[in-house]
Design a protein around this ligand. Structure first.
Ligand SMILES: [Zn+2]
Length: 277
């Protein structure tokens, strides 16, 4: 269920990483032997702190250690096959990080440049779409105590987190994000930060604009089977709510497609569609 909470990988893979550091036929030998001794502890710490960038301090690694870890990630030996398996695992589904489509790259939740010790940690590797390269390295705002959401740890990602307000009469509407979690929900500020620094860095708004355009051109294709539900505005609104719920089940509560249908189910927009299509 996407942008979404997804199950954490079954293992942190630190045993495979430790074995790799002892492999004499690799160029990383013997530079990562010390790292191999503490990799299990680092993984346990990451897990206990849920990958929270506000809490986890980057470890001190030598330049050589960093270089060799990044090289292992780039050209993983057989023992690290899990990296490729994770990369392909969610093809065709919804991106856990942004709610976009087809997550076929791997995103280092804590960036490998700043948190190189977690470059190979399965818990830090999240399948993602092109948002991976667009979001950059901003993962937290220490001054405000906010951070991006972690698809393996933040269960709130399976709830509807935001909708988009716009004026349907505008030729090219501007979509404004409105957060849906209660004002006092502990994750509300993080959701805002995540939307700003991950979702809005993607082509999400262009997607919404195109969907809206398509709905105006082809209402009966975008709103399949809607005509029998037009006896009253209330009936039509309930049809739109059901449609949004169906999208949420199929794609996830915060997939772009779901957010689009949630946005048009808002009363003023639903009324406009009722009157104009
Ligand atoms: Zn994405």
């Amino acid at each position: 269920m996407p942008m979404r909470h997804v199950p954490k990988p079954a293992t942190c893979q630190s045993a495979s990483v430790a074995e790799t550091t002892r492999q004499k036929d690799l160029r990383s030998y013997p530079h990562l032997l010390k790292f191999g001794l503490r990799v299990a502890r680092a993984a346990a710490r990451y897990d206990a702190q849920q990958g929270n960038p506000l809490v986890i301090r980057p470890a001190r690694l030598t330049a050589t250690e960093k270089e060799e870890l990044l090289h292992l990630y780039k050209s993983p030996p057989k023992k690290l096959d899990y990296i490729e398996d994770m990369r392909a695992g969610l093809a065709g589904e919804t991106c856990p990080m942004c709610g976009g489509q087809d997550p076929v790259t791997l995103d280092h939740f804590l960036p490998r440049a700043t948190h190189t010790e977690f470059a190979l940690l399965s818990y830090n590797l999240v399948p993602a779409c092109a948002c991976n390269s667009k979001r950059g390295r901003v993962v937290a705002d220490a001054a405000h105590g906010t951070r991006i959401l972690h698809p393996y740890y933040d269960a709130c990602m399976n709830q509807p987190l935001f909708t988009c307000d716009f004026s349907p009469a505008d030729h090219a509407p501007t979509f404004a994000i409105r957060l849906l979690l209660a004002q006092d929900h502990p994750q509300r500020a993080n959701v805002g930060f995540h939307v700003q620094n991950v979702v809005l860095k993607t082509s999400f708004r262009t997607f919404l604009g195109k969907r809206w355009q398509r709905l105006k051109e082809l209402p009966d294709d975008m709103l399949f089977g809607n005509r029998p539900h037009r006896d009253s505005m209330a009936q039509f609104k309930s049809y739109l709510d059901d449609l949004c719920a169906s999208k949420a089940r199929l794609e996830g509560a915060n997939a772009w497609e779901t957010v689009f249908y949630r946005s048009i189910a808002e009363s003023t927009i639903a009324a406009w569609i009722f009157d104009n299509t």
